[in-house]
Design a protein around this ligand. Structure first.
Ligand code: FES
Length: 332
């Protein structure tokens, strides 16, 4: 049994099977609705059901409250159709030239660039070009079927190689990567996913990253450079100590070569022995202190969920940022 979903205001239509979520069905038909985690935890895919019935399945009441359900909202990455539907999704991106695929990838190199971050480069089969929007992520599928998500840190290229920045959080997979992963190891991947990609406007932009949230921001910077960008970009990268900004010098050099970029590194716990006369504190507080008005801006934020949530709240409530212009990927 399948149902029709009419997406407003674009008028696009897709079919959803009874056992598919609305997001899965849209992606399968090459239509990308706004999303990030695909697990019902970040709230990015929340939208209104204008007509018809949905089953909220295992949507968490913390992410989709009872009041929101009563008003007709749903998490499109969890909800399943119980009838034909009309939904409101203001942004629908066509996946032109991009297909979500499952593929094998072989570890090409591992660069343990700091005491807890490894840069892993993966080689994909040359016969299966893996195209994506810079800023998107892919998932590694582990033996037990569980998945981990990592953003691509470069633009897609002819070499069909992906670059991931993996921090050893102490979890089984990230610890294995940091301590034991070897070149030539075969991994299973699925992707690309996520709507953390550059919007084609002329608005100035603020990039905010914490820790390895820098990875997709690096891909965006490379994309802008390749496009001979002229939009001003103010980039902030926060870590506890200088060693957490594991490609700090790369960004310093990149900013020297691209006059549209200003770079502000921010440390929250300057270590004894660090010579640091730069910004200190929380990274999004530095943005608040540098900008009195963000109403004409786009903000792209990636990093820990606390930083991303605080940035979204403070930038919209205190600096007039339009929530529609806040784009985020939170590691969840
Ligand atoms: Fe649906 Fe995160 S809650 S994409």
């Amino acid at each position: 049994m399948s149902y029709k979903v009419d997406v407003q205001p674009s008028g696009q239509v897709f079919e959803v099977a009874e056992d598919q979520t609305l997001l899965e069905a849209a992606l399968a038909e090459g239509m990308m609705l706004r999303h990030s985690c695909r697990e019902g935890t970040c709230g990015t895919c929340k939208g209104k059901v204008l007509a018809g019935q949905v089953d909220h399945a295992d949507s968490d009441l913390e992410v989709l409250t009872q009041a929101e359900r009563d008003e007709g909202f749903a998490l499109f990455c969890r909800a399943k159709a119980c009838s034909d539907l009309q939904i409101h999704a203001p942004e629908v991106t066509e996946l032109k030239g991009i297909s979500i695929q499952k593929t094998a990838a072989r570890v090409g190199s591992i660069d343990r660039i700091s005491d807890d971050v490894a840069i892993v480069r993966l080689n994909l089969p040359p016969t299966m070009p893996f195209n994506y929007f810079p800023g998107q992520y892919a998932e590694v599928i582990l033996k037990d079927g569980s998945r981990r998500s990592y953003s691509m840190a470069t633009v897609p290229g002819e070499s069909n190689q992906l670059e991931w920045h993996i921090r050893n959080t102490g979890g089984t997979f990230s610890r294995f990567v940091y301590d034991d992963l070897k070149e030539k190891t075969l991994l299973r991947l699925e992707g690309p996913f996520g709507t953390f990609y550059l919007r084609d406007t002329d608005k100035p932009m603020v990039f905010v990253a914490s820790g390895t949230g820098f990875a997709p921001i690096k891909a965006l910077l490379e994309q802008l450079a390749a496009q001979n960008n002229t939009r001003p970009v103010s980039m902030y990268w926060g870590g506890r100590q200088l060693k957490d900004l594991y490609m700090h010098q790369w960004v310093v050099d990149f900013a020297k070569n691209h006059d549209w970029l200003t770079y502000t590194p921010v440390l929250s716990e300057v270590a004894d022995g660090d010579i640091w006369d730069g910004a200190t504190g929380y990274v999004h507080h530095q943005v608040l202190s540098d900008f009195s008005d963000l109403s004409g801006y786009e903000v792209y934020a990636c990093g820990n969920p606390l930083m991303v949530d605080s940035a979204r709240k403070d930038f919209t409530e205190q600096r007039g940022l339009d929530e529609e212009n806040f784009f985020a990927d939170a590691f969840v």
